[in-house]
Design a protein around this ligand. Structure first.
Ligand SMILES: Cc1cc2nc3c(=O)[nH]c(=O)nc-3n(C[C@H](O)[C@H](O)[C@H](O)COP(=O)(O)O)c2cc1C
Length: 246
């Protein structure tokens, strides 16, 4: 049976996860203005398993926000699996996502986000454990470029897919780059080329319909973060391109 990622009409123009930004009200506006998919902000797995009300509220959503992917973070495989299963049971989102892309100082210090790409075995263990705990909800991951070497990101994505990831969103910058320089989309295209059955979304510097048209190439979709940050209805303009020209 096809999972929701495979069923979604392509190209997917989605709202990227943004900490302290992509809450329920924001996501609803984004969906109403045409976003094909929305992500929650990242939620601490440890807070979910402790039933912290704020974390549970962050993982809840209304029907108008669907399709929605709830993103969690953490470095303990067992706790990540428990958190994912709790979210699945309580809220039944369309997808659950792991944040392997955060480059904030706090994340690096605490050992979650993009720093986990430096320890691929531990990250893959998390993916395996989370996938096997879920009863039907597809797991996706969001990463940065593992390094400037194409093979590193392809290898990570390949192992993640074998471990059970159904989709991957890639921000075209490395951990060290944070938000400097332009996002490198060439590596993202090469990941999709190497792994045609994996749903691959690109992220980084999408600000206009023109950007989407020029950057989408062989990808299944793109995610938009900063261009939507102060304007959740930006999707009205972003989707104003002729699909037949893609
Ligand atoms: C304010 C802010 C918060 C973010 N929070 C998250 C997050 O919670 N999880 C995540 O995976 N990425 C997060 N990101 C990264 C974005 O999802 C996206 O990959 C990145 O900003 C590049 O896309 P853009 O050029 O469209 O902004 C955040 C980015 C910004 C600007």
């Amino acid at each position: 049976m096809k999972n929701f990622w495979q069923k979604l009409k392509k190209p997917i123009i989605g709202l990227a996860p943004m900490h302290s930004v992509t809450n329920s009200a924001f996501r609803k506006k984004a969906r109403q203005s045409g976003a094909d998919l929305v992500y929650s902000e990242m939620i601490a797995s440890e807070a979910i398993i402790r039933n912290v009300p704020k974390a549970l509220k962050m993982a809840s959503f209304g029907p108008k926000e669907r399709p929605i992917v709830i993103q969690i973070f953490g470095s303990n495989a067992k706790n990540m699996a428990r958190a994912a299963r709790t979210i699945e049971q309580k809220f039944s989102p369309d997808g659950i996502d792991i944040n392997f892309g955060c480059a904030a100082e706090k994340a690096v210090k605490q050992g979650f986000g993009a720093v986990q790409l430096k320890k691929p075995e531990a990250a893959i263990k998390i993916i395996k454990k989370v996938t096997s705990s879920l009863k039907g909800t597809p797991l996706s991951i969001k990463i940065r470029l593992v390094s400037k070497k194409v093979a590193d990101t392809i290898n990570f994505a390949k192992t993640a897919q074998s471990a059970g990831a159904a989709a991957i969103a890639i921000h075209g910058r490395t951990l060290n780059q944070k938000f400097k320089d332009k996002a490198d989309w060439e590596i993202i295209y090469k990941v999709k080329k190497a792994l045609p059955d994996l749903i691959v979304l690109g992220s980084g510097d999408i600000r206009s319909a023109e950007d989407i048209k020029s950057k989408i190439r062989n990808l299944d979709g793109v995610l938009v973060a900063r261009a939507a940050r102060n304007n959740p209805t930006v999707f009205k303009n972003l989707k104003n391109f002729n699909l037949s020209l893609l």
